[in-house]
Unconditional design. Structure first.
Length: 95
């Protein structure tokens, strides 16, 4: 368990560090750029979390060996990705 959790924790830490460094550089460049970054980072976090959840659900379905569950998971993941894609488009158009 720890062997699997450590890379995920390190990846999350690096992602946060990257966002912090981007914010520091962009705040020195322009306040509007900093505002844009502050709006998009939470959206990227939500999309990444959904992707991780979809991957975990598919792996769990495949590991259980139940093909019906796997097909349902694929259907729901595609539906969720489609809704998420349109949500991102709407957010980009509104902002």
């Amino acid at each position: 368990m720890v062997r699997n959790a450590l890379p995920l924790a390190l990846g999350g830490l690096l992602s946060v560090l990257m966002g912090f460094i981007d914010a520091v550089y962009l705040s020195a460049y322009s306040l509007d750029a900093f505002k844009a970054l502050s709006l998009i980072i939470p959206i990227l976090g939500i999309v990444g979390s959904i992707g991780i959840g979809i991957g975990a659900a598919l792996i769990n379905s495949l590991a259980s060996g139940n093909r019906g569950n796997t097909n349902n998971s694929i259907y729901y993941s595609n539906t969720l990705l489609t809704v998420g894609f349109f949500f991102i488009i709407v957010v980009m158009v509104v902002l």
